[in-house]
Write a protein that binds this ligand. Structure first.
Ligand SMILES: NC(=O)c1ccc[n+]([C@@H]2O[C@H](COP(=O)([O-])OP(=O)(O)OC[C@H]3O[C@@H](n4cnc5c(N)ncnc54)[C@H](O)[C@@H]3O)[C@@H](O)[C@H]2O)c1
Length: 262
């Protein structure tokens, strides 16, 4: 979904974790198109030269390692001397986690906790130190509609995404006094490599689309649009809250299709 809304992020410094693919890539591109200097931080460096050609600064990282997160913040400060926006987006949903939890290996659970939860904490922790000194900044956690509502076989992923929501609320309240806003965005199903890899367990593309009242899944650019607004001064009174961008999925209850109420 192309948008003609223009934001001005000229000379702003933006870090996006998991920026090499899917939702993160769309966020990187939209910020770059709005004039920002974007640090695309990802463990997947296969697109590094393409990203560089688009003007993005690529930084290879595993966000589950605190030392690497600290080093990224340090590197960004050395290069740009400030951080205006952090988008915590890097996360995993391995197919081995799509099971009732008595069938999920502890190693899968631990890795998801390390990347999807601790990774957000490490990045925010080290970024807040800089933003406090600046007395400004915005942190956006990409959470999920699955942090609100139940579904089969997401008994590990869903609770972690709910924790990403609460991180934003807690941190938003804590850091408001420093001029820092913290919010989360909760997407419904979005057409990305993560979702394509798990289409079968979701009952196929058509079933997944029909679970959204808008009758389709979303595009990464539609999440990027929400993040842009939240990071912009138009959202200057928005903090410690979540924005569902889910095609109505979360409200789909009383009229739910059989798959949902089974
Ligand atoms: N796609 C959806 O339907 C959907 C819905 C709700 C929420 N989300 C959330 O949106 C975010 C992005 O999801 P996506 O669908 O674009 O996923 P994706 O798998 O397509 O992309 C995730 C990116 O994160 C990177 N990454 C994974 N582990 C990393 C690590 N340890 N360190 C650094 N980078 C790492 C990957 O290399 C990849 O580039 C995630 O937080 C996900 O939970 C996605």
């Amino acid at each position: 979904m192309a948008s003609n809304v223009r934001y001005d992020f000229s000379n702003r410094i933006v870090i996006v974790t998991g920026g090499a693919n899917g939702i993160g890539l769309a966020i990187c591109r939209r910020f770059a198109a709005s004039g920002a200097h974007v640090v695309c931080a990802d463990r997947d460096s296969s697109n590094e030269s393409t990203l560089a050609a688009e003007g993005l600064s690529f930084y290879r990282i595993d966000v589950s390692q605190e030392t690497e997160c600290e080093a990224l913040v340090h590197w960004t400060m050395q290069k740009f001397n400030r951080i205006d926006v952090l988008v915590n987006n890097a996360a995993i949903q391995p197919s081995a986690s799509y099971r009732p939890i008595d069938d999920v290996a502890a190693a899968v659970y631990q890795r998801m906790m390390e990347v999807n939860l601790a990774g957000y904490f490490y990045m925010a922790k080290h970024t807040f130190k800089q933003m406090k000194a600046q007395r400004s900044g915005v942190v956006v956690n990409i959470a999920s509609a699955q942090g609100y509502r139940t579904a089969r076989e997401v008994g590990v992923y869903g609770p972690i995404k709910a924790a990403n929501l609460m991180q934003a609320r807690q941190w938003g309240v804590e850091y408001a006094r420093h001029g820092i806003r913290v919010v989360s965005v909760s997407p419904g199903a979005i057409d990305t490599p993560m979702v394509r890899a798990n289409l079968e367990v979701q009952g196929g593309a058509a079933a997944l689309a029909n679970r959204h009242p808008l009758g389709r899944i979303g595009e990464p650019e539609e999440i990027a649009g929400a993040v842009m607004w939240l990071a912009s001064d138009d959202a200057s009174f928005v903090t410690a809250t979540d924005l569902l961008v889910d095609g109505g999925l979360n409200a789909f209850g009383a009229f739910a299709d059989p798959y949902e109420v089974e």
